[in-house]
Design a protein around this ligand. Structure first.
Ligand code: 5RP
Length: 251
């Protein structure tokens, strides 16, 4: 087992131990490689999961839930008005304000709606993912777009200052653009590192760099964009722990 895998497993264990409600009935399960260890940690808790509904954030997530012998319920099958007890997910990068970049695995739209429908969003990130400013190490913002609008969105992103935004290709390039679970494309849009709250307090706003929330809002307003892989204001410092960062969400 590599150090990286050990770190993911350790982060997942801390996050689940501290944030999994023992009587949970509705639990969101994110996507990626870290979330595999979250499911492992849930199983290791030894609690009765027979009445718990696990809501996936995409195909991989659904398979993970089913392979663990847990009950998968798609987002559109959740009874109206139901708020999930908690949602666990990974991240590509997390800043000092606990904002996240997500979408490295192309599941950001379902990840966001599941997180938004949850009382608490727990973002599980090992120390490699922590940076003072988003886009320090992870260089681009993943954005899910309607295929027919993809080239228009590329031009609009350039107007916002993105240098060489690109449509993500499949692992097999001859298959063309990668398609999400919605049949949409992902655009990866590079921007310079984003400002955090401390930068704004220190008056660094004249640098031309974007503040996280402002960039997310501007991208979301482009017609053709389904969702942006910037998760801002979805976690709170009150619930920070060594392995998972999360917070109570207004739903
Ligand atoms: C998928 C995601 C993942 O949560 C993110 O890419 C982190 O993945 P990993 O745990 O494999 O590092 O947002 O769209």
């Amino acid at each position: 087992m590599s150090n990286v895998e050990d770190a993911k497993r350790a982060a997942a264990k801390v996050a689940v131990t501290n944030h999994y409600p023992k009587d949970a009935r509705w639990v969101g399960i994110g996507s990626g490689t870290t979330i595999v260890y979250v499911v492992e940690a849930i199983k290791a808790l030894g609690v009765d999961t027979s009445l718990t509904h696990y809501v996936p954030t995409g195909y991989q997530s659904r398979q993970l839930i089913l392979n663990a012998g847990l009950m998968a319920v798609e987002f559109d099958a959740i009874p109206p008005g139901t708020v999930l007890d908690v949602a666990f997910d990974g991240a590509d990068e997390v800043d000092d304000d606990l904002n996240c970049i997500k979408g490295g695995g192309a599941c950001l739209f379902q990840e966001k709606i599941v997180a938004m429908q949850s009382k608490e969003f727990i973002c599980v990130a090992d120390s490699r993912k922590l940076q003072s400013n988003l886009l320090s190490n992870w260089k681009y913002v993943p954005i899910e777009v309607a295929p027919i609008a993809a080239y228009r969105v590329l031009r609009k992103l350039e107007e916002l200052g993105s240098v060489k935004p690109a449509i993500r290709t499949s692992l097999t390039p001859k298959e063309g653009p990668l398609k999400t679970d919605q049949g949409f494309f992902i655009i990866d849009a590079p921007f310079p590192p984003l400002l955090n709250t401390a930068d704004i307090a220190a008056g660094k706003t004249g640098s031309g760099a974007w503040q996280v929330d402002a960039l997310a809002r501007h991208i979301k307003q482009i017609a053709g964009v389904l969702e942006v892989g910037l998760f801002s204001g979805m976690t709170g410092p009150q619930a920070r722990s060594a392995g998972g960062v999360g917070g109570q969400r207004p739903v």
